[in-house]
Design a protein around this ligand. Structure first.
Ligand code: SF4
Ligand code: SF4
Length: 432
């Protein structure tokens, strides 16, 4: 059997996975908040159903654990059920504990990817650059079918989703920044911004620099969320330890800012990876106290207080599940309204998952698409032409959905939107 956490940290305190799952009273309050239940109407695809399945797994009452695979693998881990639950049952973590008990988990592609990300990041970067070069050459038209043939359809789908692979990774650009004596902030480069959307990281760094003074890039490792979600706890711990040590080495008290809410949320959850009696627990707690999602930082930056010119394009905001349910962050509506002015549009169900959820969209394309279509229909209803968000998984998923179902709109990371608004303000103040 695979390694499991065994005990979970939640609003109920620290308890065993079994106690956490058993705490579910089956009241059903969470049903209408669960995107997979809404899309399918199936009890086993709800938070309540998944809690019962894991409890039965732990009791040994499911003769063929593989029977639980469908229900557990289709959990988006969005946390909406926990937010709706009076007892705050940590269903996503319970579902992950259940997944770790299933035969065949982690899958071979997940093992390869997490191994590369965690233990061989330099090799991963080389392979990715080669894949990007192939993509630019037009060869992926052959690469996709080959991956499909090898049973790696999820990777083939992921490869197709990357429309414009960057030539230079974010960390290569940030490594050129001049050194700073006492940094006012540290920047955490998420894998999504590093390898797919370096322009987001550059926008965040420029906003931080302008609003808080000079800071520094942490030279961090992957946050470990991918390893955690796909069954490699030891790799997730290894990455957490690497990042904790990196921030300790960097010293000072400055915040560590991440501009992917999925990563920020996971960085804040590091203490739960270590047992209470481990020295790593208190180090993880100190680390956690310094982590800030860019959503928390932007409204306080002076550039926001100076005012930003409204952009005359209707804009709406989609909440990342990790920001909303993982970090408990409210959308930065005052900032958004200040930047977008009259162009800001309310988005119905802005806090409901878009169906991206890491590799979910590639592993469960039909279910993901059903959830996505509902999201895109709300965006179209709002009349927005720009959809703002804060997680790279949402960026990829919404870009796919918009190009398919509502090409009049495009998705944009909040940092880019804020940097553009700030540049306009700066330009208008200097008369340029
Ligand atoms: S985490 Fe999301 S998808 Fe999973 S059971 Fe809860 S609400 Fe449903
Ligand atoms: S997870 Fe919470 S809200 Fe959902 S059925 Fe169980 S106790 Fe009720």
């Amino acid at each position: 059997m695979n390694e499991s956490l065994g005990r979970l940290r939640s609003a109920l305190g620290e308890q065993s996975s079994y106690d956490a799952a058993s705490q579910c009273s089956r009241c059903g309050y969470c049903l209408e908040d669960c995107p997979t239940y809404i899309a399918t109407g199936r009890e086993s695809f709800s938070g309540r159903g998944r809690n019962q399945i894991v409890r039965m797994l732990l009791e040994g009452k499911i003769a063929k654990p593989a029977d639980a695979e469908e229900a557990l693998s289709t959990c988006l881990l969005c946390g909406a059920c926990t937010a709706a639950c009076y007892a705050r049952i940590p269903t996503a973590d319970i579902a992950l504990e259940g997944r770790r008990m299933l035969p065949g988990n982690p899958s071979l592609p997940a093992v390869i990817l997490t191994k590369l990300l965690a233990r061989h990041p330099a090799l991963f970067r080389k392979l990715l650059k080669t894949a990007y070069a192939l993509k630019r050459s037009g060869l992926p038209r052959m690469l996709g079918p080959l991956l499909d043939l090898w049973g790696l359809g999820a990777l083939a789908e992921a490869e197709r989703a990357v429309l414009a692979p960057p030539r230079t990774f974010l960390r290569e650009r940030l490594s050129l920044l001049p050194g700073v004596g006492t940094p006012a902030w540290f920047y955490f480069a998420a894998c999504g911004t590093d390898y797919l959307f370096p322009e987001i990281g550059l926008a965040t760094v420029s906003l931080l620099d302008r609003g808080k003074g000079p800071g520094a890039f942490l030279q961090n490792a992957c946050c470990g969320l991918f390893s955690y979600n796909y069954g490699r706890l030891e790799d997730a711990r290894f990455l957490a330890q690497s990042n904790i040590e990196a921030l300790e080495r960097a010293g000072g008290e400055a915040s560590l800012v991440a501009d992917c809410s999925s990563c920020a949320s996971f960085l804040k959850s590091y203490p739960g990876l270590f047992p209470p009696d481990s020295p790593w627990r208190s180090r993880a707690e100190r680390f956690q106290s310094r982590v800030r999602d860019v959503l928390e930082i932007l409204p306080d930056l002076e550039l926001s207080e100076e005012g930003t010119a409204p952009k005359p394009v209707p804009a709406a905001y989609h909440e990342s599940c990790r920001a909303r349910n993982g970090e408990g962050l409210a959308p930065p509506y005052p900032l958004l309204r200040r930047m977008a002015g009259e162009s800001f549009r309310d988005l119905p169900e802005s806090g409901v998952c878009c169906g991206g959820a890491g590799l979910f969209a590639f592993r469960h394309p039909e279910l993901s698409d059903a959830i996505l279509r509902r999201k895109i229909a709300h965006i179209a209803e709002s009349g927005a032409r720009i959809v703002l968000t804060s997680s790279t998984s949402c960026l990829i998923q919404l870009a796919r959905g918009l190009s398919k179902y509502y090409p009049q709109a495009r998705v944009m990371h909040l940092s880019i939107y804020a940097a553009e608004a700030s540049a306009r303000t700066h330009g208008s103040q200097t008369g340029s």
